[in-house]
Design a binder for this molecule. Structure first.
Ligand SMILES: [Zn+2]
Length: 313
């Protein structure tokens, strides 16, 4: 199975970095840096998402019909098995034939319990904001935090795959015994509108992971208090009216001033948890002379209870 790789080897075993490959200073065939599987180089490029241009980094990909060896760092089945082995409780369950299942209900419950614990702490000492960074976990919370961490590790594996199919053969998703397709759990920026629809129309809310590029990180002051907000690049869609465009707005919020330390504009991230959709809203475009007169905002927000709900990808 495939994943995006950052290095390869040539026939003589010489390491080939992405920079070397970009300068075409290598002879084919290339191999995985850890095993004999054959790989090829994929050039980087830029693509436009809404008003932003995003750089897609170059990478090495497995050649069709080739497989990483057991034990190779890029062997997805092996990586999932390691995460499952190191996971606590039943958040990842072993199924028949070396397959595993991530239990999203356990993830949701862990998030709810962490949230409840945080609320309780706030009530005990209302003058002290509970910093998600400096939070000391009680023993029960350590276990809950470990659940969230397992989910995060799984998402990082997904992020280096090109397709859902590369991970879903080894790790299926379940919520309360119901199978959830990966496409309803992990959303990239070409799919934010469908994510908004799912969040707005499902009777049962499941945790959802959103992958995207950081557009801005900034403090926000409102009557309700001071927050930090991280917003992802906004995909847009045309409508059947030439002067109306749809905009997907995905943002992550925190009371903690240091919540997004270490993250920066242009970075790829994944954030997962119980995303809250806002009803779609029409906004007048104030830019004079623009052919677009109205934007219809499709907004989704996440208030993480732990830093593990966010990671770079
Ligand atoms: Zn390999």
């Amino acid at each position: 199975m495939a994943s995006k790789m950052r290095a390869a080897r040539d026939v003589t075993g010489h390491p080939i970095s992405l920079a070397i490959a970009e300068r075409k200073e290598y002879t084919k065939p290339l191999h995985c840096e850890f095993c004999d599987a054959q790989v090829s180089f994929v050039n980087g490029y830029t693509r436009t998402v809404g008003e932003d241009t995003i750089a897609v980094e170059p990478f090495f990909r497995l050649l069709k019909g080739h497989k990483h060896h057991n034990g190779c760092d890029y062997d997805i089945a092996g990586q999932i098995a390691i995460i499952a082995r190191e996971s606590e409780g039943d958040v990842i369950a072993a199924l028949k034939g070396d397959k595993y299942e991530l239990r999203l209900l356990a993830v949701k419950k862990a998030l709810e319990q962490l949230h409840a614990a945080e609320q309780q702490k706030k009530e005990l000492d209302p003058n002290k904001p509970v910093s998600t960074q400096e939070k000391r976990y009680a023993p029960g919370e350590t276990r809950l935090g470990a659940y969230i961490n397992s989910a995060k590790r799984v998402l990082k594996v997904r992020a280096v795959c090109e397709e859902h199919s590369e991970i879903e053969d080894f790790l299926t998703l379940a919520f309360d015994g119901v199978r959830i397709p990966w496409s309803n759990f992990y959303f990239e920026d070409d799919d934010y509108f469908r994510c908004h629809r799912q969040l707005s129309t499902s009777s049962t809310q499941i945790p959802v992971a959103i992958h995207g590029t950081v557009k801005v990180i900034k403090p926000i002051s409102t009557q309700g208090g001071n927050f930090m907000m991280l917003e992802l690049v906004r995909p847009m869609q045309n409508t059947d009216k030439a002067d109306i465009r749809k905009v997907a707005i995905v943002s992550i919020w925190s009371h903690d001033a240091r919540a997004f330390e270490g993250y920066q504009k242009g970075q790829q991230i994944i954030a997962f948890g119980m995303w809250a959709p806002k009803p779609q809203k029409e906004i007048e475009n104030k830019k004079a002379g623009s052919p677009i007169k109205t934007f219809v905002n499709y907004e989704m927000r996440l208030w993480p209870v732990t830093r593990s709900q966010l990671c770079n990808a």
